[in-house]
Ligand binder design. Structure first.
Ligand code: NAP
Length: 328
């Protein structure tokens, strides 16, 4: 008998759901005990229902599991959710209202059911904001941010499966991703803000984002320019990135990379093809630091959208919940 915590995956057959399955295969604390998806998949063996798109094989045990109806009855207490956003808004609160702890990739407004059921939802930030914030946090802590401008080149896997049609994206760049720029701007300020007891006071810097979809499989690349309150030398900025650690490193959480931000010295890196798997996809790579003639400095950021930006971030959230005693 395993003494791991049984967990469920809602939306287990999708791009992010598959990453959950992959990342949970050898997890020291959690074990997949239940999975659900749409009517299309319900009642089928996971290995048949999922259009598996990862380079590692479907874990044997999980491949044979039957996909359950997406209802809280019979589901374990801890649920990883990777549902289409429109369905998540309705389904995740229903699971939380039934007492589940839902670790989600979608946004949520309020948690009115919390006191009554004991269940709650913990959500990830936007996948482009996550990578950007990891690169900005060390700079904000040490030098204070004043202005941030970010232009993204986002992978097609960010649009789920089957996602963007090949005729739309091959040999092309799409300069629009619905609601992405608004989310990046709002969530970056929120993530670098402060808690004041009543809520979040957003960061005080100004922020502008432009988002593009490009023909890359995995990995969101961002061209970033920043203005900072304190003058800094390039070696001080690079040291701030390379030495940055936070709560997940302090607590030695299983999915926390030893180094969450790594500066790459080569003049033409980071590149998604070569650098997206750094730290098992949990490390944000930064490169090409150079002076900016409009703001102070400019650089390139790369982060794995379905790992650091989705399943890996949710797993880290669940590990933090366990380490802080929220999983009972
Ligand atoms: P996806 O590949 O389209 O997968 C969607 C999942 O939802 C599938 O398992 C699908 O099941 C399930 N589903 C659809 N309708 C359902 C229903 N009525 N009831 C129950 N399950 C249903 O999408 P994804 O890329 O994995 O994204 C999942 C969520 O993560 C989204 O909210 C997305 O915004 C967010 N996210 C994605 C990324 C990324 O890089 N892809 C990054 C950050 C956040 P079937 O297979 O049975 O249809």
């Amino acid at each position: 008998m395993s003494n791991k915590i049984p967990v469920g995956i809602l939306g287990a057959t999708g791009i992010v759901g598959q990453r959950f399955v992959q990342m949970l295969e050898h997890h020291p604390w959690f074990e997949v005990a239940w999975m659900a998806a749409s009517d299309r998949s319900e009642g089928r063996a996971y290995g048949e229902a999922a259009r598996w798109r990862l380079k590692t094989a479907i874990p044997d045990r999980v491949g044979k599991m039957v996909v359950s109806p997406a209802k809280p009855e019979g589901a374990p207490k801890v649920i990883f959710a990777a549902l289409d956003a429109s369905i998540a808004a309705e389904m995740e609160p229903a699971f939380a209202a039934a007492g589940c702890i839902v670790v989600s990739n979608s946004s949520i407004e309020t948690q009115a059911w919390r006191k009554k059921s004991g269940g709650f939802v913990v959500t990830n930030p936007n996948c482009s904001a996550i990578g950007l914030v990891l690169a900005l946090a060390p700079l904000d802590q040490q030098f204070g941010l004043e202005t941030v401008m970010a232009v993204t080149m986002q992978a097609v896997s960010g649009a789920g499966y089957p996602g963007v049609a090949s005729l739309d994206i091959l040999g092309n760049v799409i300069p629009y991703i619905a609601k992405e720029e608004e989310k990046m701007e709002e969530e970056t300020l929120k993530l670098l803000g402060k808690l004041n007891g009543a809520g979040i006071v957003p960061g005080s810097f100004t922020m502008s984002a432009q988002c593009n979809r490009v023909a890359v499989e995995d990995g969101h690349t961002e061209s970033v320019s920043v203005k900072m309150k304190k003058k800094a030398k390039s070696e001080e900025i690079i040291a701030a990135w390379n030495s940055y650690t936070a709560e997940p490193q302090k607590l030695k959480l299983p999915s926390a990379p030893a180094q969450p931000v790594v500066y790459l010295e080569a003049s033409d890196r980071p590149q998604p093809r070569f650098d997206v798997e750094h730290g098992a996809g949990m490390t944000t790579t930064v490169g090409r630091l150079r002076p900016c003639k409009v703001l102070d400095w400019k650089f390139t950021v790369l982060s794995h959208n379905t790992i650091r930006g989705a399943a890996g971030a949710a797993l880290l959230n669940a590990e933090l919940l366990k380490a802080q005693g929220y999983l009972g």
